[in-house]
Design a binder for this molecule. Structure first.
Ligand code: 0WE
Length: 254
């Protein structure tokens, strides 16, 4: 068992509603050993309480807006695990002011922060992880439909997610020769901590469920299962892709 066990690092645990947590649970059930990161001291206690109850999982603090913290984390991961087979990036941030009102009012600093935290971090993490993946592996990030079509108030996050999806394709091209696959999951709206700050989320969930072919909203566990699939051998032919886990919402024209 241990000689064939795979190890993944998961970025973006805030609480039990985090997509990162749903992915962690599915990967653990599939037999993975996990390193799970949280942003800072403020989130540490809640993260550690969750991680303690997940067999074979360890917690690490890492703010992905810091090159130093990313370097330190991967040095620690190399020492503890030697090799990695999976990376899950479930991190995004924009200033609250930029997720209300009009996109045309996005500030230079707000644009920079959204892209630094939500997009550049994937590139930095992929670069740091690749040397720890000599046998190949998978990288999965989270995106949203607002990358392709206008979702009112998603604003600068939509532009950042468009850049993230393009980054997935360029990373897939760079890392493919090392047998490292890079994909994005485009999830329908889910009531996470990040989404709860959004006014009108309730109405959005309702209209999403009405319009989606499956007539319901997606569950974080379904996103977790898709991430586990992409990181498994079953996903071995898939790279550079954005996979929808949205109850079919994106296929509708009217
Ligand atoms: O990607 C997201 C949300 C990401 C997010 C959320 C927040 C809230 C708190 C990024 N930064 C912040 N910053 C904060 O200060 N989603 C896909 C969920 C989401 O967010 C929206 C949505 C949906 C859906 C914002 C406006 C409209 C729809």
């Amino acid at each position: 068992m241990t000689e064939t066990q795979k190890t993944a690092v998961i970025f973006g645990l805030a609480n039990k509603r985090s997509i990162a947590w749903a992915i962690a649970q599915k990967l653990q059930q599939a037999g993975w050993q996990l390193a799970i990161t949280y942003q800072n001291e403020r989130l540490e206690q809640e993260a550690k309480d969750l991680i303690t109850d997940l067999p074979g999982a360890s917690g690490f603090m890492c703010d992905v807006s810091s090159d130093e913290q990313i370097a330190k984390l991967f040095a620690d991961l190399k020492e503890k695990y030697g090799e990695l087979h999976g990376v899950v990036h479930s991190v995004a941030f924009a200033l609250a002011d930029d997720l209300k009102g009009e996109f045309v009012n996005t500030s230079r600093e707000g644009f920079r922060i959204a892209h630094d935290v939500s997009v550049y971090s994937l590139i930095a993490v992929a670069r740091a992880a690749a040397p720890l993946m000599p046998s190949g592996g998978g990288i999965v990030t989270m995106t949203y439909y607002g990358a392709e079509k206008v979702v009112p108030k998603y604003n600068v996050m939509g532009v950042a997610k468009a850049a993230l999806e393009a980054s997935v394709r360029y990373l897939a091209n760079d890392l493919g020769p090392k047998s490292i696959r890079v994909n994005a999951i485009s999830a329908g709206p889910i009531k996470t901590l990040a989404a709860r700050g959004i006014s009108g989320l309730g109405e959005m969930l309702k209209s999403h469920a009405e319009r989606a072919p499956l007539k319901r909203n997606v569950d974080a566990a379904e996103v977790g299962a898709t991430a586990a699939f992409l990181l498994s051998d079953a996903g071995s032919g898939i790279t550079g892709e954005t996979i929808y886990v949205d109850c079919g919402y994106n296929i509708m024209g009217f």
